[in-house]
Design a protein around this ligand. Structure first.
Ligand code: ZN
Length: 214
C-alpha cells in the first residue's frame, strides 16, 4: 500500500483539509484482505499515528487512503486535564481500541441530539460545536474480519460519527455551528466552562434536547 511515512517510520502522515482525498467517498474494503499482513500493518500504523497525534480517532482518508477503514480509542489517560463536570457533561467514557472496516452507523433517534465542541486532526488549530446523535448503533467488520455491532452513547458516539463522516467525504466543519468556531487555544482558555456559557458568549445555539443550565 502506497502510504507516506513520517520521519518515524511507524507513523503515517496526516493530510489536512483541502486535500481532495478527504472529500471523496471512500471505497469499501474487500473483507478478504483484512487479515493480510499488509492490512494488519496499516491498522498498527494508523493506531500509532492516532495515539501520537494525539487523537481519539483516525480515518484512512486522513492518511491519504480512500478506503472505508477507521480506528478509534479514547483512554482515560487522555482526560487528565479535564475536570469531572466537563467529562460528565460530555458523557465521556472509556472507548477501547476498535477497528472499523466498512462501518455503517444508524442514529438512535429516541436518545436525542447533543452539541459539543470537537476538532479534527485534518483541520489543525481549530475546534467547533457540532450537533450529533447522542446514541448510535454501529455495524462493521473488526480487525479480525468478523462482523460486529455495538451501541455507543455520549462521547464515543460522537467519535464514531466523526470518523464515519470522514469515510463519506464529510468533515466536521460541514456540520459546525459556524459561530462556535474557535482556535484550540481560545477553547483551552475556556476549559471547564459549561457549553451553555460558550454558546451564549459566541452566539450559537445548542441542541433542543440539551435542556438545563449546561
Ligand atoms: Zn477528523
Amino acid at each position: 500500500m502506497a502510504v507516506r511515512l513520517n520521519d518515524d517510520a511507524s507513523l503515517l502522515q496526516i493530510v489536512a483539509v483541502g486535500n481532495p482525498v478527504l472529500r471523496r467517498p471512500a471505497e469499501p474494503v474487500d473483507p478478504a484482505v483484512i487479515v493480510t499482513s499488509d492490512f494488519q500493518r496499516l491498522i498498527d500504523q494508523m493506531r500509532a499515528t492516532m495515539v501520537a497525534a494525539p487523537g481519539v480517532g483516525l480515518a484512512a482518508p486522513q492518511v491519504g487512503l480512500g478506503i472505508r477503514l477507521a480506528v478509534i480509542e479514547d483512554a482515560p489517560e487522555r482526560w487528565v486535564d479535564l475536570d469531572p463536570r466537563t467529562l460528565a457533561e460530555r458523557e465521556r467514557s472509556e472507548l477501547a481500541f476498535t477497528v472499523l472496516v466498512n462501518p455503517v452507523v444508524e442514529r438512535v433517534a429516541e436518545a436525542g441530539v447533543v452539541t459539543f465542541y470537537e476538532g479534527c486532526l485534518s483541520v489543525p488549530g481549530y475546534a467547533g460545536a457540532v450537533e450529533r446523535a447522542r446514541t448510535v448503533r454501529l455495524s462493521a467488520l473488526g480487525a479480525d474480519g468478523e462482523p460486529f455491532s455495538a451501541i455507543y452513547t455520549g462521547w464515543p458516539a460522537r467519535i464514531v460519527q466523526h470518523e464515519v463522516d470522514h469515510l463519506n467525504g464529510d468533515i466536521y466543519v460541514d456540520r459546525v455551528a459556524i459561530r462556535s468556531l474557535s482556535t484550540v487555544e481560545n477553547l483551552a482558555n475556556r476549559r471547564g466552562r459549561p457549553i451553555a456559557e460558550l454558546a451564549e458568549e459566541l452566539g450559537f445555539t445548542l441542541s433542543r434536547d440539551q435542556a438545563g443550565p449546561g
